[in-house]
Design a protein around this ligand. Structure first.
Ligand SMILES: CC(C)(COP(=O)(O)OP(=O)(O)OC[C@H]1O[C@@H](n2cnc3c(N)ncnc32)[C@H](O)[C@@H]1OP(=O)(O)O)[C@@H](O)C(=O)NCCC(=O)NCCS
Length: 595
């Protein structure tokens, strides 16, 4: 099944069809027999497959070293040795022993041969020897230290997962071919940064050296198991059919809490994808994220940047840009209008017309004005800027929500058991009580967007007055302000992190507390604590983080951190779209009431 996926993709790359090619097998044991039978299901022609065992080619009429199974593969041929068989072969499948095939044999194969030397741990011919003999070959082995590792781990756990989850009565051919096609298709998808990093590579793209997904790629579960389950249902062997969308969501939840949490947002975003401008449109991560957002149906991305650069990079990355709008600010006829808007907003903040014309050449200003004027519904930037540098234009142009002058950065920190919101982690350096109260209210609202009922702890080094310092007084004052403004919100403090996250301490030592259960929103006393806090959990406890989610802005704008990955951009994209939907709903219902 795994080698089948690799063969299908290798043949696609060299423009051949499995129905037409000559395939030579070295080995006629259980593995070779099962593989050959499976290749028939994939379309290979029995009369174009030649088998060789220790006695040579299995030809029609051979009598020595034969058995019933081998007879099934005996064909009319004059070839008697593996060397004879290899002449003109398109595909070599080695399921035998180290050294079974030679460089001279490979030299007699057709153009662009596919060489799958799968004997383990030492293949029929080493990767280096194969490439040396045939630089035009596509080579796969069973080894992890060379490209195209045909590894069983890509198959059996997920095939059984899919089969068992629908309580299939058997694993039939449609289920097996579905697994192969799913693996072949997944190899053509953009590879997550985490997988690229895990393999210590700079980039991984579909091609000669990447025919099938990497064994550590977590997406294999999400592609193979549902494909197998679907095939089982369609072929009538599933005893408990499942809803495939729900099934995918369940599988995703197995991959970690953050995926489960993001699934909520992604589903909400899909219901009504919005325009999302990515100001660093020439950045390869933004291009990849844009394509992924279109594929996932969560947004209508707009990449800002030079069209030829963006399209060139996309082609290099083998990424399609269907559904992605590309806007080159330099060539746009909106520059004047946008500069005028900057001037209008900033003329009393010292910005002259000339300066406004200059500012609009900065993509972060351009994107911010797009959002301000409604030409995009949301914006993401920050990958190649220092955070404050990327944040300032949206703060100046998009501004904070009416009634508040605070924006704050929130991270969702997820561990196996918990989802906890951390704030403020990115914006307010030394917040006073008023600002802390505002940060708390904004973060609690965000938690509700994620379908989490907030229980908020304002953190300190002190537990409910145990250390009477000006700092902890300020936090206590913040709690009072919050209680006045949002009487329904479950909030308490000041308290230590260990108290906030431990029900026994909370209720045992401080029975008067108002949380009663562990907090799921942690408000840090200042930016140092918040920023250090989430990074420690991320690094030391391997917690996954989603964010930073900027709250408090008049329109959805999110600033990434340098080094963030494509998955982080896509996550924020989904969050941005959901936020844009909320704003639109609020506007629509406001307009409805007005009318
Ligand atoms: C947020 C930050 C960029 C503001 O910078 P600043 O030098 O104060 O910039 P300015 O004073 O020019 O403020 C820019 C605009 O943002 C507004 N603003 C400043 N701080 C704000 C806040 N916390 N919330 C909302 N708006 C804010 C200002 O009112 C100003 O608008 P105006 O010019 O229309 O009056 C700054 O506080 C900062 O650098 N924070 C730390 C960011 C950081 O390094 N994070 C850690 C890495 S992730």
């Amino acid at each position: 099944i795994i080698s089948g996926a690799a063969v299908l993709n290798a043949l696609e790359l060299v423009g051949k069809r499995i129905e037409d090619v000559k395939i030579v097998f070295s080995g006629a044991g259980a593995a070779a027999v099962a593989t050959a039978r499976f290749y028939r299901s994939l379309g290979a022609r029995p009369d174009r497959m030649l088998f060789c065992d220790r006695a040579g080619v299995i030809y029609a009429g051979r009598t020595e070293h034969m058995n019933e199974v081998k007879k099934e593969f005996a064909v009319e041929t004059d070839a008697r040795t593996l060397a004879d068989a290899m002449v003109g072969a398109d595909v070599f499948i080695g399921l035998s022993t180290a050294g079974a095939v030679t460089q001279d044999m490979l030299k007699t194969m057709t153009e662009n041969p596919v060489v799958m030397a799968l004997a383990n741990p030492d293949p029929e011919i080493t990767y280096e020897e194969a490439i040396e003999a045939r630089p035009d070959a596509i080579v796969a082995t069973g080894r992890s230290d060379y490209p195209n590792q045909v590894n069983n781990v890509l198959g059996f756990p997920f095939i059984f997962r899919g089969a068992l989850d629908v309580r299939a009565t058997q694993i039939n051919e449609p289920m097996k071919t579905a697994a192969s096609y799913a693996l072949a298709a997944l190899a053509k998808e953009d590879v997550p940064d985490s997988v690229v990093k895990a393999y210590g590579q700079e980039a991984i793209h579909f091609g000669k050296d990447y025919l099938i997904p990497k064994p550590l790629d977590p997406r294999v579960l999400l592609w193979v198991a549902p494909a197998v389950a679907k095939a089982a249902m369609e072929s009538g062997v599933a005893r408990t059919p499942v809803d495939l969308d729900q099934y995918r969501a369940q599988l995703e939840a197995r991959l970690g809490k953050s995926r489960e949490v993001m699934r909520i947002m992604i589903n909400k975003a899909r219901a009504n994808p919005k325009r999302l401008v990515l100001s660093e449109g020439e950045h390869h991560k933004m291009i990849r994220a844009a394509a992924q957002m279109v594929d996932d149906g969560i947004a209508q991305p707009i990449l800002l940047g030079r069209e030829e650069v963006i399209r060139g990079k996309a082609a290099e990355l083998q990424i399609h840009l269907d559904g992605v709008q590309v806007v080159d600010p330099a060539a746009s006829n909106q520059c004047e209008r946008y500069a005028e808007r900057i001037y209008e907003l900033r003329c009393r903040k010292g910005v002259t017309r000339t300066e406004a014309n200059e500012l609009i050449t900065n993509p972060n200003y351009y994107a911010a004005v797009m959002v301000d004027l409604g030409d995009s519904d949301a914006m993401i930037s920050g990958l190649s800027f220092h955070y404050p540098e990327a944040l300032r234009p949206p703060l100046q142009i998009i501004r904070t929500r009416n009634g508040s002058n605070v924006a704050a950065g929130v991270y969702l920190v997820t561990t196996r058991q918990r989802v906890v919101f951390f704030a403020d982690t990115t914006v307010n350096v030394e917040p006073d009580a008023e600002t802390l109260a505002e940060i708390t209210i904004l973060t609690a609202r965000l938690a509700r967007d994620f379908d989490v009922e907030p229980r908020v702890a304002l953190l300190s080094f002190s537990n409910f007055g145990s250390a009477r310092q000006a700092r902890s007084e300020g936090i206590r004052r913040a709690v009072e302000i919050i209680r006045q403004r949002e009487p329904g919100l479950i909030v308490d403090g000041e308290m230590q992190a260990s108290t906030a996250l431990n029900e026994e301490i909370l209720n045992g030592t401080y029975p008067f507390n108002r949380l009663h259960k562990e907090a799921n929103v942690l408000i840090f006393p200042n930016l140092e604590a918040g920023n250090i806090g989430y990074k420690l959990v991320q690094r030391l406890a391997n917690a996954e983080v989603i964010g930073p989610i900027l709250v408090g802005m008049r329109k959805p704008v999110y600033i990434m951190q340098r080094g963030d990955e494509v998955k982080d951009i896509v996550n924020l994209g989904a969050i941005a779209v959901v936020e844009a939907q909320k704003r639109q709903n609020a506007e629509d219902s406001g307009a409805g009431r007005g009318g």
